[in-house]
Design a protein around this ligand. Structure first.
Ligand code: AMP
Ligand code: MG
Length: 352
């Protein structure tokens, strides 16, 4: 299906804007809205035409399933075949919030939402605008990130318009999103709860709650991913991005050497690095996009996509980035940078 070119309205997150957006959703139209993670592209999850329109607007392949957003955990039985105890526990502990649970699909959910599969991904977002919108719409809302397939996820309404302007009915401008990376996806249909995608809820938090948690993502960052919708082409900037993983001093030395070599060859270099690296490498002739202090993982996650978009829009010949480690939110940042690097990952010896 091809999308129709339409005018995209910008709505504000006041009662009028929410009511207008909810009416559009009920009419089968698409509305982008802020969540605490990134902006979502919402459509009525129980309306097959709206679901098809989401895939068309994003140019998203049909084998990449959508996350269904609910206003409240009490609505789970509307979209899942059953609600196991562990799901009730996790919902009580982490919802509303950036945790997506994969459960058995309920019969009301169109197969297109789940890419034909027997499971459905569900979460209750914490952002007040998202919650008000979903409650007002009165229906579960399917909402993948509001970017074109393969692009960086949007953390502002301007990012949404850059990718989807003219393709969707409206966007609610609720300002920049507070977390900045997508939700953690946890599969509860396997014998051991399995993290399919690291995100806003850390693996450590889940382990504290569940005991054992399996990790589906790469043990070594350079290994390719296999699960649906987790392809390397996600989050790809136009400029090739190199990610260096290793002890801080060695990684910084690698950035310096590589940047100097690129410059010597007449190429323009972009650096996507914490403030400490930005200061240490300030003498290089490079376009530096600082992510904030390395210790402030929340801030780095919040700024990551906007910084990547900004740097990429200036079209350096390459982008060099440093891995933040894997503690807490760093694991999600590492995951997104690894995908943006699409295999261009350099692992240096030594503890990180
Ligand atoms: P997005 O909403 O754009 O962040 O993408 C949603 C992602 O959630 C997909 O790309 C999948 O990786 C994951 N996902 C959604 N539904 C399922 C499911 N039923 N099983 C496993 N992963 C899922
Ligand atoms: Mg996405």
């Amino acid at each position: 299906m091809k999308y129709m070119r339409i005018e995209t309205r910008i709505l504000y997150p006041d009662p009028d804007g929410i009511a207008t957006a909810a009416a559009l959703l009920r009419a089968g139209q698409l509305v982008a809205f802020p969540t605490e993670t990134v902006y979502g592209l919402g459509g009525d999850a129980l309306n097959p035409a709206a679901v098809a329109a989401i895939f068309a607007a994003k140019d998203r392949p049909a084998d990449d399933p959508l996350i269904v957003h609910l206003a409240d955990a009490a609505d789970l039985p509307r979209v899942t075949a059953s609600v196991p105890l562990v799901a009730q526990d996790l919902a009580a502990a982490f919802w509303p919030g950036p945790l997506t649970l994969v459960l058995e699909r309920g019969p009301a959910v169109p197969l297109a939402v789940t890419a034909g599969g027997p499971t459905v991904a569900v979460r209750v977002p914490a952002h007040p605008v998202a919650r008000a919108l979903i409650a007002a719409a009165g229906t579960p809302v399917a909402a993948p990130s509001a970017n074109r397939f393969g692009h960086t996820s949007p953390t502002t309404a301007a990012h949404v318009l850059a990718d989807l302007g003219g393709r969707i009915a409206a966007v609610i401008d609720g300002g920049p999103t507070p977390i900045g990376v997508e939700s953690t996806v946890l599969d509860l249909t396997r014998p051991t709860p399995t993290v399919l995608r690291p995100g806003g809820v850390s693996v450590e938090e889940l382990e504290a709650h569940l005991g054992e948690v399996a990790l589906e993502s790469r043990a070594v960052a350079a290994e390719p991913l296999r699960s649906p919708g987790l392809q390397e082409r996600h989050y790809a900037p136009h400029s090739p991005l190199w990610l260096v993983i290793g002890p801080e001093a060695a990684a910084r030395a690698w950035l310096r050497e590589r940047a100097a070599a690129e410059r010597a060859a007449g190429r323009r270099v972009g650096l996507l690095v914490p403030d400490e690296d930005a200061a240490a490498l300030a003498d290089l002739d490079a376009d530096i996009e600082p992510l904030g202090p390395a210790e402030d993982l929340d801030g780095m996650a919040r700024r990551l996509y906007a910084a990547l978009r900004a740097l990429d829009s200036r079209r350096p010949d390459c982008i060099l980035a440093r891995d933040p480690g894997e503690r807490g939110l760093a694991r999600a940042i590492r995951d997104r940078l690894t995908r943006a690097a699409a295999g261009r990952v350099v692992v240096l010896a030594g503890p990180i």
